[in-house]
Design a binder for this molecule. Sequence first.
Ligand code: LMR
Length: 398
Amino acid sequence: MFAWQAAGSRQWLARAVRRNHSLEATELANTSLDDKTKAWKSLINIAVSGAAGMIANHLLFKVRIYGLFLRGFQLASGEVFGPDQPITLKLLGSERSFQALEGVAMELEDSLYPLLREVNISVDPYEVFQDATWALLIGAKPRGPGMERAGLLDINGQIFAQQGKALNEVASPNVKVIVVGNPCNTNALICLKNAPNIPAKNFHALTRLDENRAKCQLALKAGVFYDKVSNMTIWGNHSTTQVPDFLNAKINGMPVTEVITDIKWLKEEFTERVQKRGGILIQKWGRSSAASTAVSIVDAIRSLVTPTPSGDWFSTGVYTTGNPYGIAEDIIFSMPCRSNGDGDYELVKDVIFDDYLWERIKKTEAELLAEKRCVAHLTGEGNAYCDLPEDTMLPGEQ
Ligand code: LMR
């Protein structure tokens, strides 16, 4: 029997197990998995929430052409976790989306991915996060008509508080968590606060999409291919106050301001275009970005599991406590990071600030501090008090 055939039957078995809660069947499934994978690296468990949604669909099926998790069809530099790294996908959905989630699992099975050894689906985060080494938290409620931002923070905050508790209890102690569901910085903070056993450093809010957008705009303006743009920092919140930093970014190794001398364009058009890109896309496309978000999730993971090229860095929203820049502590803030490829990162120290940059950093910081006050009831810090700045918006809200 071919490996994929054996794997296929185990996937079905494993799914049946999760739904019937049969211990005997669990042992059977695990035994055969161990037997089959003993010549390989140990399985890694990747949990994905919002798994029946558009972003996850792109992430699970389409991004593979970039060599994501499952196959070696890479256009660029290789697979994220390596061509000999078997994985388990654990997919979290809601009661409402469960049937769609079953469809996703069926398609994963039918795709015969040689590295995919098990697919589990569930609406219970405690099941899905069991032993997870990566948790990609995509699922969140979108802001509905008439809903205040405080309401959105509260509804999504409750989801992320519950998921933080579940991760704390059942995930691998060094699980890396990437929060995509908006408002992702504050959702990541809530998750972190509810998971005291997991290092705070392991929580990320996805701002890689903003970094990619900024690189694209600079490349278009300079008339170069986007791989010539480096050292691109997004500071702060994944919202319209985010700061795409053209002062420290480089094109062909030169400061951006020496290549694009139109400073007015950089300060106004470029900055606003990146900040509002998500909203304009929604206007045109009728829905939130999905394909580019999925690509940026892959980029974000790849940045943590491969060494950062010498002299470069990447942006990710991480915990500020101990940061060298003087940004307020105890929030999740996008900052420049480097990794040696072990899943961890360090903050880049050699960045410069001018008044323009620092003023904008303070604005996005103020917004995040206000969001934090608004969810104090979910972070265990007392009563919530919502005084969000009036112009506080997600990239998609305009
Ligand atoms: C994006 O940046 O494209 C999204 O975060 C927009 C949104 O609000 O869904």
